[in-house]
Design a protein around this ligand. Structure first.
Ligand SMILES: [Zn+2]
Length: 142
């Protein structure tokens, strides 16, 4: 490949003109390298952002999120996301867990009847549950 100095300089100047949206490597408070864009949007690297989400919910909530997506031990990882719903009684512990997950942006409320409420994982919820890109696509498709 022949390098083009003029192009390199243009790219460099473009990066300097829009630092928040460039891919200049920056460092998160945890010491891990991240991008300027990620830090501008979330204030922390992707790992720290996920850790903050997990800290905002209860341990049992996370198991419900994984169950909702079929992301459980014994299920092959390439099937995770084959389902994406959780049916909770209209009141009770499961509903409260779903509300915490919703407040954290991991699930959204769906159909609700007089006795039951359905919830579905968001893209962020899928990521938090450990789904890869293919799993997220599966979970979001229906
Ligand atoms: Zn970090």
């Amino acid at each position: 490949m022949i390098t083009n100095p003029a192009q390199t300089i243009r790219h460099h100047l473009a990066n300097q003109a829009a630092p928040a949206y460039s891919l200049i490597r920056k460092v998160c408070a945890c010491g891990k390298a991240s991008t300027a864009k990620q830090l501008a949007q979330h204030g922390k690297c992707a790992t720290c952002a996920l850790a903050a989400v997990r800290a905002a919910i209860m341990p049992g909530d996370f198991a419900k999120l994984q169950h909702m997506l079929g992301a459980v031990q014994g299920k092959r990882k390439n099937r995770w996301g084959y389902r994406n719903y959780y049916c909770a009684n209209i009141s009770g512990a499961a509903r409260e867990a779903m509300q915490r997950l919703a407040d954290a942006g991991l699930v959204i409320a769906g159909h609700e009847s007089e006795t039951q409420a359905y919830f579905h994982a968001t893209r962020l919820g899928c990521k938090a549950a450990g789904l890869d890109a293919a799993g997220i696509k599966r979970a979001m498709e229906d």
